[in-house]
Design a protein. Structure first.
Length: 197
């Protein structure tokens, strides 16, 4: 969930790039990818150079309107974009993905993303709308965590080396929200990616 964050200091805002301007689209895509540290905003999978990637409009109703802006755009894997529902209406009311309290309202538990408060319909709707518990994504996440758990055991006597290994191979940090819970990883690992690049 960390790649859903937005910043009022984004280059996209300061440069006034518009998705409606064909020449700005590549710059928007690249800057979103930079802000997301190379990860898909929705799945949290690391984006490889051979992956198909889209600039996704969270609320598709805003696309091609004057209300479409940086706050509605995310860089996501094409597969995720193709499997997200086209109509947001059945999922309203919905928590905005960049909400400051997102991490207090949604948590990862027992392999699934759930609302912290079972009565929080907005949080539940965001989870469903973005498909965080889709069987395919659940299975990819489970296999990845299982693999990284094995690597963690290899480095069990040297946690610093384990962390270095993860940071030097960012794809190992895919599904970080789930991995940080399952493997008790610190948030600082993601920050180290920025410093090392």
């Amino acid at each position: 969930m960390r790649y859903l964050r937005k910043s009022a200091q984004s280059k996209i805002i300061s440069n006034q790039w518009q998705y409606s301007n064909q020449r700005d689209r590549t710059k928007i895509r690249q800057e979103l990818l930079n802000e997301q540290m190379g990860f898909c905003a929705y799945s949290e999978r690391y984006i490889q150079s051979t992956d198909a990637v889209d600039v996704e409009h969270f609320d598709a109703r805003l696309k091609s309107t004057e209300n479409d802006s940086y706050w509605n755009w995310y860089t996501v894997l094409h597969w995720i974009n193709q499997h997200k529902p086209r109509n947001i209406e059945p999922f309203e009311p919905i928590l905005k993905p960049y909400s400051a309290d997102l991490n207090q309202r949604i948590k990862y538990e027992n392999g699934q993303f759930i609302a912290v408060d079972p009565n929080d319909k907005e949080a539940e709707n965001l989870i469903k709308y973005l498909g965080w518990n889709r069987p395919e994504l659940y299975e990819d996440r489970r296999k990845h965590i299982e693999r990284i758990r094995f690597v963690q055991q290899v480095y069990k006597d040297n946690q610093d080396q384990f962390f270095d290994y993860l940071v030097n191979h960012p794809d190992n940090l895919s599904f970080f929200s789930a991995m940080s819970v399952e493997l008790e990883l610190p948030d600082s690992l993601i920050e180290r990616i920025n410093k090392s690049s």
